[in-house]
Write a protein that binds this ligand. Structure first.
Ligand SMILES: Cc1ncc(COP(=O)(O)O)c(C=O)c1O
Length: 431
């Protein structure tokens, strides 16, 4: 009944011979409803974007209302009230002045990298061409974003298409906000700073996922390290690009992860949670000091000529405005700190204690992760994933890292069900 022409993203298609794709009939809140009349909990918010769950009524209302008047126009040479309002709100939220929209996260990162590069060209700083990134970082699937990502699995076959990047090692990883390293990472920083010194004159920008490295294994690092690195960038004429595509719009318990370290980077990239995953939208936010570099007579050829057909799609912008409203009306930031985060912690500790098979529990805001102790086989995590589906949850571990990144408004009952399913799945594999 289903097309065999479909090539699924990020999948070894042969795996589907033994585990067919979930046949989804509908979705609502934290649940996916399947054609066989069973349901699974979406424990990873469908690739980390469904921050308000599936089919949030306020988002549907906003989308329907927008459909009645305007769905999309070319964004060069046009504007509209919806995107005007959204731009104002996003700039206020991020303490920036200008927003350039695209549709996917990778494109937003690529825009930030191109803007940083172009700014150096306009300034005549021809020596400042290189990018620095963090080891275990991930910034997307296009060639430029893969170049600054540190995940061999995703980039090995394309090495000839990529450029060199320096990756910072020995990052001070933490278990969470109570870890002493979260507040004080001076010793780590001193070692890293020494290694960075020789790179100052040739470096254009540092790009990083602030505080949580998602695809790299849900690794959480010190807010003090982030703050020190940001100040170092500022003092050494190195731009800072914050890839908040996964962390932004509430995921870490603040609207931006950068707010934990009280920093305002030169470029901020948002996507995923921006529309709570309802429609594709991304944005690169920056400051007037960059915008003004590009602002001149047309003949000077300084304009930033980057575009995508669906840049700033109006329907997606209407949904993004509604997302910001939901955060206020449902007081979600408080819900994350008072209810969701403590429940995630208590539940994952219970899973670890009951199964005896998890360690390195780490958590920030609405994210929690733990590693399988001494995994028995290569794809231990994958086997747990298969079992969890049978028992009613879409877990999709990252290798041998089990994590939950549920919708931020998920209720405690569902979280408790997720805990029981995770315990059952882990125990079923290690029999
Ligand atoms: C931190 C980060 N940057 C960039 C991306 C790429 O976004 P997209 O998949 O929308 O291109 C992702 C996707 O997971 C991400 O987590």
């Amino acid at each position: 009944m289903y097309s065999t022409n479909l090539w699924h993203p990020c999948s070894q298609m042969k795996d589907y011979e033994t585990l067919s794709p979930l046949k989804i009939k509908s979705a609502g809140g934290a649940y996916l409803y399947l054609e066989d009349n069973t349901s699974v909990i979406d424990a990873i918010s469908s690739w980390w974007c469904k921050s308000l769950g599936h089919r949030h009524p306020m988002l549907i209302t906003a989308l329907k209302a927008q459909l009645d008047t305007l769905e999309h126009t070319i964004l060069a040479n046009t504007t509209n009230n919806t995107i005007h309002q959204l731009t104002q709100k996003l700039c206020r939220l991020t303490k920036t002045d200008k927003a350039l929209f695209a549709s996917d996260g990778s494109c937003a990162v690529e825009i930030a990298m191109k803007m940083a590069n172009h700014a150096r060209v306009i300034k005549g700083q021809t020596n400042k061409k290189k990018f620095i990134a963090l080891s275990n970082g991930y910034h997307g699937e296009t060639c430029a974003t893969l170049s600054v990502s540190d995940l061999g699995l995703y980039k090995k076959a394309y090495q000839n298409l990529l450029f060199d990047c320096y990756f910072i090692n020995d990052i001070p990883y933490v278990a969470g906000e109570n870890d002493p390293l979260w507040h004080h990472a001076e010793q780590h920083w001193n070692v890293i700073e020494e290694k960075l010194k020789p790179l100052i004159s040739t470096t254009n920008a540092i790009i990083l996922e602030p505080l949580i490295q998602g695809a790299g294994g849900m690794l959480i690092y010190s807010k003090d390290f982030l703050k020190r690195l940001a100040h170092w960038c500022q003092n050494n004429d190195i731009y800072l690009i914050a890839d908040e595509i996964m962390t932004g719009i509430g995921r870490t318990g603040k609207m931006l992860a950068c707010a934990h370290a009280d920093i305002t980077p030169d470029f901020i990239c948002l996507s995923k949670g921006l529309t709570a995953g309802m429609l594709p939208l991304s944005v690169t936010l920056t400051h007037d000091r960059f915008y003004e570099l590009f602002y001149d007579d047309y003949e000077t050829q300084k304009a930033f000529m980057h575009s995508h057909t669906h840049s700033g799609n109006t329907l997606a912008c209407a949904v993004a405005l509604a997302v910001l409203k939901v955060f206020e009306q449902e007081n979600l930031i408080c819900y994350i700190s008072d209810t969701l985060h403590p429940a995630l912690l208590a539940n994952m500790h219970e899973v670890a204690d009951t199964t005896g098979q998890l360690h390195n529990i780490r958590s920030l805001g609405g994210v929690i992760a733990a590693d399988i102790k001494h995994p028995a086989k290569n794809r231990h995590g994958y086997e747990i994933y298969q079992k969890a589906i049978e028992f009613g949850a879409l877990l999709r571990p990252l290798g041998n890292t089990i994590y939950w990144m549920p919708p931020l408004n998920i209720d405690i009952d569902t979280l408790n069900k997720l805990k029981e399913i995770t315990i059952k799945a882990i125990c079923a594999v290690r029999k």
